[in-house]
Design a protein around this ligand. Sequence first.
Ligand code: CA
Length: 218
Amino acid sequence: MKILLVEDDYALAQGLQSALVREHFVVNWVSKGREALLVIATELPDIMILDIGLPDINGLQVLKQLRLSHPTLPVLLLTARDSIEDKVSGLDLGADDYLTKPFDMQELFARLRMLGRRSMVAVSSKITIGAICMDTASYQVTCDREIIELSRREYMLLQILMENKGRVQTRDNLETKLYSWGAEISSNSIQVHIHNLRKKLTPNFITTIRGIGYIVKG
Ligand code: CA
């Protein structure tokens, strides 16, 4: 599950990030409201953890703008102030839940699991192209209904290609996207992962655009 963490307190963000990664969440961390909106426009997370007190535009403003384009993205608000007004305006603006700092990590994980379950019901988690079906809720990929075992990086690459069906993904583009989701990967190793993916999928599922990148045509 991909989490976009928007928090300007460096120490707290670091702590949260490592705790979430240990729980097998993929975390993309930004410290400003505007950055968060930029990320949302290019790489949609499954859940957003949003601090209200941010240095540029505050979390409530981020939420307001976000809801115009993404009415259903699950958002968990963090607030340092135990302020009723913040919570009420947050919920009015469409936050799904909130936690008041300081909070217990176990409590955070429980809320995230709940939000994750809710969003899986709301949004179809299956992408099917030809014989290949990817279930982004269970991280399962099948080829002609047979389950295929993929490494985490192979899975992430395939998800990017399938979510962008019909659009060429340059190597740089793939590298940046993987990096933003916490998987550092070089351009050379992308070639290797694609090579391995091809062996596991139907032969022509991923097309190479020579000197540029890759595409899933569908
Ligand atoms: Ca803050």
